[in-house]
Design a protein around this ligand. Structure first.
Ligand code: PRT
Length: 104
């Protein structure tokens, strides 16, 4: 099992956990809107680290963002494998063709 799959399994298990001892359970208990807001905050923190931080800070903020993205997807029961499948579907297509297919 890869890192993302293991983390995804832990996140899903924590949804039924104790908000007093689990960060994931605490955030999940606040509801999907709070999770979405957290993803936005983490994205901003990554941007700041990219523009003005160190390499290590940027790596850490990218990890925070991916972690919270996994929680957000789990809120809607979307496996990360589905996101990877979408990226694989796009492999070999040009970005411009991909954009055109979305506006049809
Ligand atoms: N990868 C992570 C991880 N990355 C970041 N975080 C937490 O995410 C939060 C990031 O929020 P911020 O940077 O905004 O800092 P903060 O001010 O403390 O955040 P808030 O409390 O205000 O939301 C911090 O509390 C971090 O500890 C994580 N918490 C948990 N995990 C993984 O999730 C697993 C389950 O964690 P629990 O749910 O706590 O058991 C752990 O074993 C880890 O593998």
């Amino acid at each position: 099992m890869d890192t993302i799959s293991r983390l995804e399994a832990v996140i899903r298990a924590r949804f039924d956990g104790d908000p007093g001892s689990s960060y994931v359970a605490k955030l999940h208990a606040k509801g999907g809107d709070a999770v979405a807001q957290k993803v936005g905050e983490e994205a901003v923190e990554l941007i700041i680290a990219h523009l003005a931080g160190t390499h290590e800070q940027e790596v850490a903020e990218a990890a925070d963002l991916i972690f919270h993205l996994l929680i957000l997807l789990a809120e809607h029961d979307i496996p990360f494998a589905q996101v990877l499948a979408e990226l694989e579907r796009r492999e070999g297509t040009s970005g411009i063709a991909e954009k055109a297919s979305r506006s049809e």
